[in-house]
Design a protein around this ligand. Structure first.
Ligand code: F6P
Length: 343
C-alpha cells in the first residue's frame, strides 16, 4: 500500500474531476492505495494543505467542470526553499509518490522534482492541446465545442447585419483551438500564431468574398496570433510565475483595423474563460478517466518520471523529458484544410 498525492495545476480544464475520480477508484479498488489531494496546485504542496481523496469525497464529480482540488499557477522553484518545502510536506504526510495533473508548467515542475529523486507520474492537461508526446490533452475537445457553438451563433447575427465578426479564442502560442473550431464552424479566415498574418491580405480576402456575393464574414483569431510585422497583441501587462504574458485582446485591434480598411461594419467577441468552464464533453470524460487509471497503474508499477499519453487510440507512457522538449504546435496540414474554405 502506498500513499499517493494528487494535484491539479495551471489553468483549470474540463475533465480534471474525471481524472481525480479515476485515480481514486482504481487506486483504492485495484491496488489498495491511499490517495491524498493537495489543494490549489503546487501551492498546496508547499503549504502542506491536503484533503483525503476517497470514494465518498470523489462521488458525483465526473460531469463537473473545474477541479474539486482547486488550482493555481504556483511555481515552487520560484522560491529559494521550494524544493525543501516540497520534500518536507511529502515526508510529513508520508507521501510515496505524486500524480501532478497539468500542462507544460505543472509538468515542468514535476520533471524537476523527478530529477531531484521524487517519484512522479504526470497527467497531461490543457485546453490548448500544445503538449508534446500525446495526440490530445483532455479538455481540448470541450473547448473546441464551446468555440464552435459560439461561431455558429455569431454566424446568424453576422448574416442578419451584413457584418464581419472577429471571434477570439484561447490557445496561448498554439492555433489548435482556432483551427479546429474554425473548420467546424465554417470560418472564412483563421489566424494562428504559427502563421503570422498580413492584415492587407486578410482585408483583400474579405473584399473578394463580398465581391463574390457574400454579405458577411467570420474571422477566427487565436489569442496568440501575430502580424508579420509586429509582436503579440495583449491588453494585459505583466507575466505569471512561469514567465507567461497574459494574452487576450487582439480581436479589439482586428475589429477596428478591418472596419477602417474595408469599410465593412465589424464587431468582435472574445470567448475567454467560457471556453474552459462548465461540463466536459463525453470525449474528455473518457480520456480523463483513461489517463487517471493509467497514471495510478504506473505508480503501482513504479514507472516514474513519465507521463500518460494518448497515442492513436492507445494510452501509453512517455518520458516527461520527451513531452516537455518543445511545445506541440499546429499540424500544418490541418491549417491547409481550414484554408480550403477561406474567403
Ligand atoms: O493554458 C490555458 C489557457 O486557458 C490559455 O489558453 C490562456 O492563454 C491562459 O490559460 C489563460 O490563463 P488565466 O486563466 O490565468 O487567465
Amino acid at each position: 500500500m502506498a500513499r499517493i498525492g494528487v494535484l491539479t495545476g495551471g489553468g483549470d480544464c474540463p475533465g480534471l474531476n474525471a481524472v481525480i475520480r479515476a485515480i481514486v477508484r482504481r487506486g483504492v479498488n485495484a491496488h489498495g492505495h491511499e490517495l491524498v489531494g493537495f489543494r490549489h496546485g503546487w501551492a498546496g504542496v508547499l503549504a502542506g494543505e491536503s484533503v483525503a481523496l476517497t470514494h465518498e469525497t470523489t462521488r458525483g464529480i465526473l460531469h463537473r467542470g473545474g477541479t474539486i482540488l482547486g488550482t493555481s499557477r504556483t511555481n515552487p522553484f520560484k522560491q529559494d526553499d521550494g524544493l525543501e518545502r516540497v520534500r518536507a510536506t511529502l515526508a510529513d504526510q508520508g507521501i510515496d509518490a505524486l500524480i501532478p495533473i497539468g500542462g507544460e508548467d505543472t509538468l515542468g515542475v514535476a520533471r524537476r522534482l523527478a530529477d531531484a529523486g521524487i517519484d512522479v507520474v504526470g497527467v497531461p492537461k490543457t485546453i490548448d492541446n500544445d503538449l508534446a508526446g500525446t495526440d490530445f490533452t483532455f479538455g481540448f475537445q470541450t473547448a473546441v465545442q464551446i468555440a464552435t457553438d459560439a461561431i455558429d451563433r455569431v454566424h446568424t447575427t453576422a448574416e442578419s447585419h451584413n457584418r464581419t465578426i472577429v471571434v477570439e479564442v484561447m490557445g496561448r502560442h498554439a492555433g489548435w483551438i482556432a483551427t479546429y473550431a474554425g473548420i467546424a464552424g465554417g470560418a472564412d479566415v483563421v489566424l494562428v500564431p504559427e502563421r503570422p498574418f498580413d492584415l492587407d491580405e486578410i482585408c483583400e480576402r474579405l473584399r473578394r468574398r463580398q465581391a463574390a456575393g457574400a454579405t458577411f464574414s467570420i474571422v477566427v483569431v487565436a489569442e496568440g496570433a501575430t502580424p508579420k510585422d509586429g509582436a503579440v497583441w495583449s491588453e494585459h501587462a505583466g507575466t505569471d510565475a512561469f514567465g507567461h504574458t497574459r494574452l487576450g485582446g487582439i480581436a479589439v485591434h482586428l475589429e477596428r483595423e478591418i472596419e477602417e480598411r474595408t469599410g465593412f461594419e465589424s464587431r468582435m467577441t472574445i470567448l475567454g474563460h467560457v471556453q474552459r468552464g462548465g461540463t466536459p464533453l463525453a470525449y474528455d470524460r473518457v480520456l480523463g478517466t483513461r489517463f487517471g487509471v493509467a497514471a495510478v497503474d504506473a505508480v503501482d508499477r513504479g514507472d516514474f518520471g513519465r507521463m500518460v499519453a494518448l497515442r492513436g487510440t492507445r494510452i501509453e507512457l512517455v518520458d516527461l523529458d520527451e513531452a516537455l522538449r518543445a511545445p506541440k504546435l499546429l499540424d500544418p496540414s490541418l491549417y491547409e484544410t481550414a484554408e480550403v474554405f477561406f474567403g
